[in-house]
Design a protein around this ligand. Structure first.
Ligand code: ADP
Ligand code: ZN
Length: 613
């Protein structure tokens, strides 16, 4: 059996080794055991049930929440030579009946189905006559009321299983972190002593960065222009921002399209296709976009606003680099994002199925998740490390591939400035008998002539104008740092500043005070320092990409269904000109070899001939 599994992996999917967790999950299902696989987005969950599906004698049903996901998966499976189909509301009654008939005739190995379809009489009647070997539940966290994507129809899956003649093996897959949701999945699906595998959440090809630009639009435009040839997603938290950002990009001549729940279904579908088929390189969208979008060549994901949780962030950012090539995940953060997120959480309609007290629990949990997200934006530790901590995975202290640990930070001595700030806070309080907020303190230090300062006689303090030479932005950042380092405390109601014992100690003991500052490169985009993946510019790679484009167009499928970028890159490196060389390329299986092998090999021969390879 071990051999068979590897055969299938190579023959249908073109890969020669398994990723972490895949093999164990496949083996367990083949032995008849239920499984729960927790893997990050892009971790390779689909193979974990597709390979058993191909090897098991009966049919595999895959429950999946989104129509677009099914369609893509089925297209990709058929392209790889696996007989597959899907059943959801996008099909007419006639088409659905045809699928039922084919099912009964044993024409499929894998059938994707929307959860609400399981309960329909027509399907149940068909299912009861089938030999179902495996029921795989994708996005299984949708079953939990505590998760973010609760779907009541998922709760009926086990009811459906109960009506079958024979209980199939049940496998569940999710990328969600919390223990509570994982427990809900096991209980609600009735998993029987499942093998639980939680695989690495680390995606080493993703580079994380948080930027705090003064003007988000300008920063975004620069980021996107630099990546003109590439495909990327820009997430905004409101429809209004989607509208204005996509307009801005288009006005600048960039190929941007948009997606949010306020558009007609037709426009959403068209825009999504434009993006997936690479007719438009840039998708500006709310979080309504992306679940189930399997586009492997997304090379950056930029968040125009902070999302509401690390889970959402990692899932959305994780849509970059699914082909394993270097990709950027950049978050443009401003303090205003916190208020927007809070508002969205507190005003989200909630679920009608929850009681009031359950609802307030849900809101409370959402706010907790939000504060973890804010922590990510404000931390000066390794960003990857912060995420892995959240998912409960161990990691080295620094990763060397994120905005906080790739050298763009340095330690700056601010003892003098900090001393002036501390003195100012102390003297103001002595003079007027109460404390002022940051803005006023800054005015005094920078020698402001505003009414308030003069009226209170603060211009006569010895610290007045002492930091005149420091720009207001630099001073603001410094005070922020003094707050996060615990030298200053802010009254949460009035915003007034107080010294903490730590500040008093520092002054008394003449301690050095420092802060971490971003190097110049941080604002001018450290990603620009990296050369674009060498082979992208390679002529052969470009020629193969053109050929892929033509082939995809002829067949009316997305480019990644032909070959992924990673496959093209491997092909450009190995330069196969015969069938036996071609099959060694990662991502080239038997069917793809048959369909495209010759054509691509010829293109390589032609290229080498013309370029003296
Ligand atoms: P998930 O469903 O977990 O988000 P997918 O199943 O869509 O992820 O897999 C993501 C990508 O990784 C796909 O392009 C898939 O072909 C690829 N992949 C999966 N398993 C392997 C493997 N063993 N070797 C190489 N690539 C793989
Ligand atoms: Zn790092």
């Amino acid at each position: 059996m071990t051999g068979e599994k590897y055969d299938v992996l190579k023959r249908f999917f073109g890969y020669s080794s398994f990723r972490s967790g895949q093999e164990e999950l496949i083996d367990a299902q083949m032995e008849g055991r239920d499984v729960l696989g927790v893997m990050p987005t892009g971790g390779g969950k689909s193979l974990c049930y597709q390979i058993p599906a191909i090897l098991m004698p009966g049919i595999t049903l895959v429950v999946s929440p989104l129509i677009s996901l099914m369609k893509d998966q089925v297209t990709a499976l058929k392209a790889a030579g696996v007989p597959a189909a899907y059943i959801n509301s996008s099909l007419s009654a006639g088409q659905i009946n045809k699928v039922y008939q084919n099912l009964l005739e044993g024409r499929y190995k894998i059938v994707y189905i929307a959860p609400e379809r399981l309960a329909t009489e027509g399907f149940l009647a068909t299912a009861q006559r089938l030999r179902i070997s495996l029921l795989a539940v994708d996005e299984a966290h949708c079953i939990s009321q505590w998760g973010q994507d609760f779907r009541p129809s998922y709760l009926r899956i086990s009811e459906f299983v109960g009506k079958l003649r024979r209980r199939p093996v049940i496998s569940a897959f999710t990328a969600t972190a919390t223990e509570r949701v994982r427990r809900d999945i096991e209980r609600s699906l009735g998993l029987d002593r499942p093998l639980r595998i939680v695989t690495g959440f680390d995606r080493q090809n993703l580079r994380f960065e948080v930027m705090k630009p003064k003007k988000k639009d300008e920063a975004l435009l620069a980021l996107v222009s630099e990546r003109a040839e590439k495909s990327g997603i820009i997430y905004c938290s409101t429809r209004r921002d989607v509208e204005s950002v996509s307009r801005m990009l288009r006005d600048a001549g960039l190929p941007a399209t948009r997606y949010h729940a306020g558009l007609t279904e037709e426009e959403r579908r068209n825009n999504q296709d434009d993006f997936i088929y690479d007719r438009c390189g840039i998708m500006v969208a709310t979080n309504a976009f992306g679940m189930g979008i399997d586009k492997s060549n997304v090379s950056y994901v930029i968040h125009y606003n902070m999302p509401q949780s690390i889970e959402s962030y990692y899932q959305e950012a994780g849509r970059a680099g699914r082909d394993g090539l270097d990709a950027d995940c950049i978050l443009l953060y401003s303090a205003r994002d916190i208020r927007t997120a809070q508002f969205l959480i507190e005003h989200s309609g909630g679920s009608e199925e929850l009681t009031e007290s359950e609802q307030s629990k849900v809101t409370e949990q959402a706010l907790k998740r939000l504060s973890e997200m804010v922590g990510y934006c404000e931390t000066d530790r390794c960003l990857r490390g912060y995420i892995l901590d959240y998912f409960g995975q161990k990691h080295p202290k620094t990763c060397g591939n994120c905005g906080n640990c790739d050298g763009s930070f340095s330690e700056k001595d601010i003892t003098g400035e900090a001393g002036a700030v501390f003195e100012c806070v102390r003297l103001v309080r002595e003079r007027i008998g109460y404390s002022l907020g940051s803005a006023r303190i800054m005015n005094v230090l920078r020698g402001g002539r505003d009414k308030e300062t003069l009226a209170l006689g603060l211009d006569r303090l010895p610290v007045y104008g002492k930091l005149r030479g420091v720009s207001s932005d630099a001073l603001r950042e410094m005070m922020e740092s003094l707050k996060t380092q615990g030298y200053l405390r802010v009254d949460p109601v009035h915003g007034a500043l107080f010294l903490t014992p730590r500040a008093e100690d520092a002054v008394r003991r003449h301690e050095t005070v420092t802060m971490r500052v971003r190097g110049k490169s941080a604002d001018s985009l450290s990603a620009a320092k990296r050369t674009p993946a060498g082979t992208e510019e390679d002529g052969l790679y470009a020629a193969l990409r053109d050929l892929r484009y033509r082939a995809a167009k002829e067949e009316g499928v997305p480019a990644f269904v032909v070959f992924s970028n990673a496959t093209l890159r491997d092909m450009a490196a190995k330069k196969p000109t015969t069938e036996s060389e071609m099959i060694l390329v990662a991502g080239v299986g038997q069917k793809k070899l048959q369909l495209y092998g010759k054509r691509f090999a010829e293109e390589i021969k032609r290229y080498l001939g013309e370029n003296g390879g």
